[in-house]
Write a protein that binds this ligand. Structure first.
Ligand code: ATP
Ligand code: MG
Length: 680
């Protein structure tokens, strides 16, 4: 037991040893909040508390698996590990056992945001799909039914949205699909309507912990209250300065009013930072001090002053990425572990030029987030095959693959099937399997044969899949030849290698989860979050949001310009932007570079930009600012101008803070400022 507590300071130890009753640990970045709760898990187990009664919740799978590792490394062995997962994964586990309470079958399939949008799109309306998807999400998270939305709607558009919301809910329920919101909403509804089950569940999880509590929303709070029906052993940790999901409905009041929501709350503050040097903390503190809505705390570190924060100012994004890529190259060449280096940006679109720069310097990187592997068409197709095998009533997936690879079925034919299936109150698969004569009259002879072959193959694979064999995925390929199909399409090399990667992933999953079923595999896939894609042989590049809870020895934050960071636009909140700045800076352990550019090419045009106010607020821009004396343009470069077209640079000079280029546009020579052209 001493070993478990030995690495903690007194305040942390105090928190770990508090066993019964609500506990709030409110502390700044890098002060060991996560370390405290992982240690607490181990400590509770060391006291003989049943690991199965400990539930620890967080926001990303990556954070959950790191926490599990940390906790388990502190204890000798347990028969079964404590539950330590994301809120959504908890919902998934709960629904697997209890969704029948809502009259639904537990072979449901979890759909992601992209699937959700496609479903909405299929309703054929001319309102923006993303807006509707997020409105629906907002209603669901606020537990408002379609009927209530309809009754309260004053404008016609909202009445339309209410109808779509209803149509969407009916669609996913009848296809036995569950979206991300449902994982929490349905869990909450079941616990609310079944008081006995609620009590049993609360008794089962006697010790509950939540990391990053500042980012919980109202629904998560209500769910936690249900889980605390029979006790108040809830320990939450968080930092009001790191609340960055306001735009998604996180409610900072949950943490600020925690001591009022529960009785006799013990509050612990942790004040020493074990992550960063004082220079880094000073910068972070100076920035966040400009926010008004905060409790206020100051972090200090034992690590000494460390290096001064470096400021990089470049003419444009090409120069910025070149400078940063070279610095990273040098760090790696002089022995830094690539895993300890990261570049963060506020806006995903900034990754493109950064990637180019890194490629030129041969720095391998892993982009966390971005275009996700699972969002590629070929992978979605494979997933749809698996979904149909897990649940043949999933019309959404059936529609996706019924003619892929080609079986001679056109849209008109498929629509006829859908209509007939709908009228017979059956799923598409069920209808086709049971109405041979009707199908024959709709489809051509050739496609009829192909279609029934498809149906038989799915049934055959469904039987095979229950053996959960390693080879099942090869059977799938041999039967449907999806790989072959994609090898004849454009981008074949990429697509085929993605498919191979997916097959590899599946086999790996079978190896690690011997008892698994296809739908478990699918549901775990759907829960993959951005952070799960970090690969440990490369440097990492990611958005500030994705970096929450992580730490890196060497950190670059790019794009510190007004408009980009802080992001300024509809509904942006400057205090939340500043908290994002604070999260970004506090990811750094040893060295930090902050970077901005004079102009950036964005959304089809080059914009001249001002330095971010954050640079001044955090004290990095006090001294004289030196514009780097180089530009990424060289004599002889081909460039493109919006009006004059393509030309070649034959001279470069400097005018104040900008570079002037002499360009030859098919014989006509012109002087143009560098920020008005783009390199090609
Ligand atoms: P964030 O707010 O960013 O999530 P956090 O408060 O959760 O940060 P941790 O990630 O738990 O902080 O800890 C930050 C770093 O400090 C980790 O590397 C951790 O191992 C180390 N650390 C925490 N507490 C101590 C301690 N008492 N002694 C030595 N190192 C510690
Ligand atoms: Mg943490």
């Amino acid at each position: 037991m001493n070993k478990i507590l030995s690495e903690l300071n007194e305040a942390q130890r105090d928190a770990v040893k508090h066993i019964d009753g609500p506990l709030l640990i409110l502390a700044g970045a890098g002060s060991g909040k996560t370390k405290t709760i992982t240690t607490r898990v181990a400590y509770l187990i060391s006291l003989g508390i049943d690991p199965a009664s400990i539930l620890t919740l967080t926001f990303t799978n990556k954070a959950a698996s790191e926490m599990r590792e940390r906790a388990l490394s502190l204890i000798e062995s347990v028969n079964y590990p404590p539950t330590l997962c994301t809120f959504h994964k908890f919902g998934l586990l709960f629904l697997k056992f209890n969704i029948n309470k809502l009259g639904r079958n537990n072979n449901f399939v979890v759909i992601d945001t992209d699937d959700k949008k496609r479903i909405i799109k299929s309703f054929g309306i001319d309102l923006p799909i993303s807006m509707i998807a997020s409105e629906i999400s907002r209603y669901k998270n606020s537990l408002i039914s379609p009927k209530e939305v309809f009754e309260k709607a004053e404008r016609k558009n909202y009445k339309t949205i209410a109808k779509l919301y209803e149509q969407y809910e009916n669609y996913i329920a009848s296809n036995n699909l569950v979206d991300f919101d449902d994982l929490l909403v349905l869990t909450y509804k079941i616990l609310e309507q079944d008081i006995e089950l609620c009590k049993q569940t609360s008794d089962r999880y006697r010790y509950i912990m939540v990391d990053e509590y500042q980012d919980t929303n109202e629904l998560q709070y209500r769910l936690l209250r249900k889980l605390c029906e029979n006790h108040e052993n809830l320990c939450v940790v968080g930092d009001d300065d790191q609340s960055i999901y306001g735009w998604r409905g996180a409610n900072i009041k949950n943490i600020l009013e925690f001591h009022e929501s529960f009785d006799e709350v013990k509050i612990t503050k942790l004040e020493v930072n074990y992550r960063s040097t004082n220079q880094i903390l000073k910068t972070a503190n100076a920035l966040i001090e400009h926010n008004r809505e905060r409790i206020g705390k100051n972090l200090t570190s034992d690590f000494g002053d460390g290096k001064e924060i470096a400021f990089i100012e470049s003419a444009d994004e090409n120069q910025e990425s070149q400078t940063i890529a070279r610095k990273i190259r040098k760090l790696i060449d002089t022995g830094a572990d690539p895993r300890s280096i990261a570049v963060l940006y506020r806006v995903n679109a900034l990754s493109r030029s950064l990637e180019e720069g890194l490629n030129k310097e041969h720095v391998s990187y892993n982009m966390v987030g971005g275009i996700k592997f699972y969002e590629r068409a070929e992978i979605k197709d494979l997933i749809s095959y698996l979904r149909i095998i897990a649940n043949e009533h999933d019309d959404y997936s059936m529609k996706r693959i019924i003619n892929k690879p080609k079986r001679g079925l056109g849209k008109v034919t498929i629509d006829k099937f859908l209509k007939a299936a709908y009228e017979s109150k059956m799923s598409l698969f069920e209808y086709i399997s049971t109405h041979e004569a009707e199908v024959k009259s709709i489809a051509s002879k050739k496609s009829f044969v192909a279609l029934y072959e498809f149906i038989e193959n799915i049934i055959k694979l469904k039987e095979l899949s229950s053996d959960n064999s390693y080879d099942f995925i090869f059977e799938l390929e041999d039967t449907f030849k999806i790989r072959d199909y994609y090898s004849t399409l454009p981008d074949a090399v990429d697509r085929v290698s993605n498919i191979d990667e997916f097959y590899g992933l599946y086999r790996d999953y079978v190896k690690q989860n011997l008892e698994m079923s296809v739908d478990e595999f699918l549901n775990d896939l759907a829960l993959q979050s951005d952070q799960d894609q970090i690969d440990y042989e490369h440097i990492s590049i990611m958005s500030v949001h994705a970096s929450k809870g992580l730490e890196f020895e060497y950190l670059f934050v790019i794009g510190l310009e007004e408009g980009f960071f802080p992001l300024i636009g509809d509904g942006s909140d400057i205090e939340e932007e500043r908290r994002l700045g604070y999260v970004a800076i506090t990811r750094a352990k040893r060295e930090l570079w902050l970077s901005c550019v004079g102009s950036r090419f964005y959304k089809g045009r080059r914009a001249t930009l001002k330095k971010s106010r954050f640079l001044k607020e955090c004290g990095v821009c006090k001294g004289s600012l030196v514009l780097e004396k180089t530009t990424s343009f060289k004599k002889g470069d081909l460039v493109k101008h919006k009006i004059f077209g393509i030309g070649r640079i034959f001279e470069i000079s400097k005018v104040k803070r900008e570079f002037k280029l002499k360009i030859n546009f098919s014989g006509t020579k012109r002087d143009i400022l560098a920020s008005f052209v783009e390199k090609i």
